[in-house]
Design a protein around this ligand. Structure first.
Ligand code: ADP
Ligand code: MG
Length: 393
């Protein structure tokens, strides 16, 4: 996958329309976590360092459902953005309309205008071509750096690309740089570690990664459906019986492809799903009837750690257990640590897995921590992300 990147664009004297993901958490009008704003700064600074450039920035924020709801205004986000960018940021009074147009046309070199929330208009998510054309009229070229929304074909993420020369920002470039090889030609041995709650939400990613990986680890709540179809006792663990055949077919496909599958061989269990549940170690594959699996056990962790020793690339998506409850977090934490220590190229994607990596303070030791939950999952599923397709050479 080859993208047109902003580095290749002739920016001199251009007004650049850029889509970023400034969908940050806000509390009482103050940005609580500015990670996403920081993530867009390299691209914005690069553009602004070129001669005679000005920038029109667009993002969504929350779910205003196509209404101009002041609770979802970009104004507080603009404040933080201005502080981090270190130059004045003007927030436009709207997304489209005469007033916005005037502000756009009066932009001078070095100036930055942040549009109001693009989701104030239902046309954004409907990808209305007229709306996209209007947005496109604000710039000479279009740069997309919003990986987190690249799986959505919206006006600001896909529609505008039909009307302007379009380039990827550094963030999208980096995401694709780390993730595309996993589906195309990963450095081998390639180990995929997939966990999380449900088979139903991860089966497509399993079916995609099994094509290129050497080893696939299945942990978390989804492991018990696989153990059950293998004839093991899983007690009260999370099981999706509707997916029994799918799980069976997956195990067969992995076997046919000579892909090693690692499933839990021991567990940390509980008698109920509760924050204060007492952890019970189960030193074997079978789980007693009155218990449910909440985390992988130490033998399972050891076999994952062993597997990672020789790995050249590793992708991790989905926690190994209910890591939100401290007594069931050890499997996830130990796997995270093993990834941090690994010499392989390590990629972590998925909302909760990324939260886990951050919680354990290990993000800086991972080659690439994806900024998009849904987008990274769809990418790993092998789906074409419309926002990225629009930037392909
Ligand atoms: P990600 O967001 O990284 O893709 P998922 O959303 O698929 O991950 O899954 C995360 C959720 O899976 C967490 O909330 C975690 O508590 C849950 N989970 C992990 N292991 C189990 C288990 N054994 N039983 C029930 N839920 C689990
Ligand atoms: Mg999740």
């Amino acid at each position: 996958m080859k993208l047109n990147t902003v580095r290749e664009a002739d920016l001199t004297g251009k007004r650049v329309l850029i889509r970023v993901d400034f969908n940050v958490p806000l509390k009482e009008g103050v940005v609580k976590d500015d990670t996403r704003i920081r993530a867009a700064l390299p691209t914005l600074n690069y553009i602004l360092e070129q001669k005679g450039t000005s920038v029109v920035v667009m993002s969504h924020f929350g779910r205003p459902k196509g209404q101009k709801n002041p609770d979802f205004s970009m104004v507080p986000v603009g404040k933080k953005f201005e502080e981090l960018l270190g130059r004045p940021v003007k927030v436009a009074p709207d997304v489209i309309g005469e007033e916005v147009k005037k502000e756009v046309e009066s932009l001078k070199a070095g100036e930055v205008l942040l549009l109001e929330n693009v989701r104030f208009y239902p046309d954004e998510e409907k990808n209305n071509p007229e709306f996209a054309k209007e947005l496109a009229s604000y710039g000479d070229i279009y740069v997309n750096d919003a990986f987190g929304t690249a799986h959505r074909a919206h006006a600001s993420t896909e529609g505008v690309a039909h009307y302007l020369p379009s380039y990827a920002g550094f963030l999208i470039e980096k995401e694709v740089h780390f993730m595309a090889p996993l589906l195309e030609n990963p450095d081998k041995p390639f180990v995929a570690i997939i966990g999380g709650a449900k088979v139903s939400s991860k089966i497509t990613v399993l079916e995609s990664l099994v094509k290129t990986c050497n080893t696939i680890v299945i942990g978390g709540g989804m492991a018990y459906t696989f153990l059950k179809v293998q004839g093991h006792e899983v007690g009260k663990s999370l099981v999706e019986d509707d997916f029994a055949d799918t799980a069976k077919a997956f195990l067969k496909a992995a076997k046919d492809k000579n892909v090693k599958v690692i499933l839990p061989v021991d567990h940390v269990c509980a008698s109920e799903f509760d924050e204060n549940a007492k952890p019970v170690a189960v030193d074997g594959i079978d789980i007693p009837a009155e218990l449910m699996g909440m985390d992988i056990g130490p033998k399972t962790t050891a076999s994952i750690v062993e597997e990672l020793k020789s790995a050249k690339s590793v992708v991790w998506n989905g926690p190994m257990g209910v890591f939100e409850f401290a007594q069931f977090a050890k499997g996830t934490e130990d796997v995270a640590k093993a990834l941090a220590e690994s010499k392989a190229t390590t990629v972590v994607g998925g909302g909760d897995s990324v939260a886990a990596i951050n919680k354990f303070g290990l993000a800086s030791k991972i080659s690439h921590v994806s900024t998009g939950g849904g987008a990274s999952l769809e990418f790993l599923e092998g789906k074409v992300l419309p926002g990225i397709k629009a930037l392909e050479k």
